[in-house]
Write a protein that binds this ligand. Structure first.
Ligand code: ZN
Ligand code: ZN
Length: 224
């Protein structure tokens, strides 16, 4: 986060970075956080707050529904809390819509929390979906990433379905190298910035900006 002299009131834009497990979301967000001015506020992942704070991570349906409701409300209030800092962009580590990908049924997350899916899709201006790699593409489990490659792929597919219908989704294929992922996200975030905050130099190692390199397509794969 770089200090920014601009004190103009900013119209608020919400950008979501999403993806199944292992897609590189956290690392991309960390680089963006360092590169952009202070008016790009990177939110923590609400699931990390909920589970990291001790919410039980059980596999029965009642527990899963309770956890997704908790994550939904934490996400919504994280976004509300960040609005006080005159941000130009809220960069969300997943959005409220992602929880639906983890919802076990038989009802929907939306009916359970009393909102409509369309309202939640409309919260966000742009969505970047980093696809989860297969095992052959380098997916691996660790202490925090407990899903198998197959489970991760299923979640990733459901995430794509839940965001389906949003007018601006940039899908980044798992085979895309990390530097390209960062550059695509960086260009996209910068395009959403108001002119007053757009002029800062951006220093990301190896992620030099190329004019016109943002390729935004609706539900199409972006390859390397
Ligand atoms: Zn500004
Ligand atoms: Zn700024």
């Amino acid at each position: 986060m770089r200090p920014c002299p601009c004190r103009e009131p900013h119209p608020l834009r919400r950008v979501v970075l999403t993806g199944g497990p292992g897609a590189g979301k956290t690392a991309v967000l960390e680089l963006l956080r360092q590169a952009m001015c202070e008016h790009v506020v990177v939110l923590p992942e609400s699931a990390g707050i909920v589970f990291g704070g001790g919410f039980p991570r059980r596999t029965d349906d009642a527990s899963r529904r309770a956890a997704q409701r908790a994550i939904f409300f934490v996400q919504r209030e994280l976004e509300a809390a960040a609005e006080g800092a005159n941000p130009a962009i809220l960069l969300c580590d997943r959005g409220t819509v992602d929880g639906a990908a983890y919802w076990p049924g038989p009802d929907t997350l939306w009916s359970s929390v009393g909102v409509s899916r369309l309202t939640e899709l409309a919260r966000y201006d742009v969505v970047v979906h980093l696809r989860t790699p297969t095992s052959a593409q380098g997916y691996h489990t660790d202490a925090h990433r407990i899903e198998t490659a197959e489970e991760a792929a299923r979640v990733d597919e459901r995430i794509a379905l839940e965001w389906d219908g949003h007018p601006r989704v940039l899908v980044v294929d798992a085979t895309t190298d990390f530097v390209t992922k960062v550059r695509l996200a960086l260009d996209l975030v910068r395009d959403e910035l108001p002119p007053c905050c757009r002029t800062h130099p951006v220093h990301v190692p190896g992620a030099r900006r190329e004019a016109g390199s943002t390729r935004e397509r609706t539900h199409e794969e972006v390859g390397t």
